[in-house]
Design a protein around this ligand. Structure first.
Ligand code: ADP
Length: 395
């Protein structure tokens, strides 16, 4: 199939241009012969002139020169009536030379004009293409600016959502912490209240036991309310209460508090208390909470009763800088997981766990200027070490 490119190449090939030049001269010759029929006494050469100009225009300098050369015999013929210059007179020569010079000059000018036109056209096309590129670049730039504007808007919206989500998360964490921490005292309230009711029934009537159970209800309810107060102050970073605390006594109190829970799971608590333990300054309720969390976790990690006795060990010791309280058990341990990872909020291995107990413990210990760590025991169990400075370094 012939394409536009092929036609262009053919028209511009040298052979065709020279053939075109000769055809134009032949055409001029034919037309001049026809004109001679009407105007025989004066030779007319302008058609050759036109042929030379046209050949130079369409074909360039070379074809123009060829047309001029081919026009020479025709010119001679019309001026002298023969193909030999010997029959020409002097004024014919002069005229003829002028004719050739004008024809060559016209051809040259015509070819220069054509080149200039071609260059102009090329420049025009280049300019048009540059303008198109500029337009495309401009459109791309406008689109990019619009895209950037949209991205900025999206970023602002995301930041607004994040700020909102941050507030919700903080609220959610606080709610979850409260739920986690008061779960135990509320459970104790329920148990003691039903005991109290039972001791008041005619079959089991025992006023002393009923009074004791009712007193426990009051104590547990107060503890729940204290826990909420402490969590609120922890969340709002209020200064914690500063009491002088004997950690050995605090451990015994917590053991008493959890006695029924420990008995229900057949867990034995063994203690090894440092008799010379100095007191420390801190928030009694918050430190109780740590111990309650760690002991209840140890109870939940207890081994099956058939395998071995369930034992939790509470140890205290001290050195010059502070006191270390250790809660160890012989339960299932961390089962190959990194113990430190459980200190992050919401990390739990329990189907109904909240994963907040250890993160609350760490917050409390750190707010007392201390640190808490966990290790896997060999062969069984987990160990939590809490270091508290003797001179409490509170936030
Ligand atoms: P939760 O008890 O709701 O899971 P915690 O923050 O108290 O949240 O505990 C996080 C996880 O740490 C527990 O799910 C458990 O996998 C692990 N863990 C805590 N204490 C012990 C322990 N004494 N023995 C084994 N694993 C424990």
């Amino acid at each position: 199939m012939t394409t536009a490119g092929d036609i262009q190449t053919t028209a511009e090939s040298p052979g065709w241009r020279y053939a075109l030049a000769l055809s134009l001269v032949v055409l001029a010759l034919g037309l001049t012969l026809v004109l001679q029929q009407f105007e025989s006494d004066r030779p007319t050469l302008f058609l050759f002139f036109a042929a030379i100009v046209a050949a130079a225009w369409f074909g360039g300098v070379g074809p123009g020169c060829l047309a001029a050369a081919a026009s020479v015999p025709a010119g001679l013929y019309f001026y002298s009536g023969a193909l030999s210059t010997t029959h020409l007179r002097l004024d014919n020569y002069v005229l003829f030379i002028f004719f050739v010079a004008c024809a060559l000059g016209g051809g040259f000018l015509s070819s220069r004009q054509r080149d200039a036109d071609a260059r102009l056209l090329r420049t025009h096309r280049e300019l048009a293409s540059k303008a198109e590129q500029l337009q495309a670049a401009n459109a791309a730039l406008t689109e990019e600016m619009a895209e950037r504007h949209r991205a900025e808007q999206a970023l602002n919206e995301t930041q607004a959502h994040l700020a909102h989500a941050g507030r919700l998360t903080a609220l959610g964490e606080l709610t979850a912490s409260i739920a986690h921490e008061i779960n135990q005292p509320l459970g104790a309230v329920a148990t003691n209240a039903s005991c109290c009711v039972r001791w008041l029934e005619p079959d089991h009537f025992n006023l002393d036991e009923a009074r004791e159970a009712a007193q426990s209800v009051v104590q547990d309810a107060n503890r729940a309310s204290e826990v909420i107060k402490r969590i609120r102050s922890l969340a709002s970073r209020n200064t914690a209460a500063v009491d002088r605390i004997d950690l050995n006594a605090l451990c015994r109190d917590v053991e008493k508090l959890l006695a029924s829970e420990l008995a229900r799971h057949a867990v034995i608590v063994e203690t090894s208390f440092d008799p010379e333990l100095p007191t420390i300054t801190g928030d009694r309720i918050q430190l109780q909470q740590i111990l309650v969390n760690l002991i209840l976790n140890a109870v939940e990690a207890s081994p099956p009763a058939s395998e071995r006795k369930r034992i939790i060990t509470l140890t205290t010791r001290h050195n010059v800088s502070g006191i270390t309280l250790t809660v160890a058990d012989n339960g299932i341990g961390f089962e190959g997981r990194d113990p430190d990872s459980f200190f992050d909020a919401f990390v739990t291995s329990k189907s109904e766990g909240l994963g907040l107990g250890l993160s609350i413990c760490r917050s409390i210990v750190e707010s007392h200027g201390g640190r808490i760590s966990a290790t896997q025991r060999v062969p069984h169990g987990a160990e939590f070490d809490i270091f508290l400075p003797i001179e409490g370094d509170h936030d």
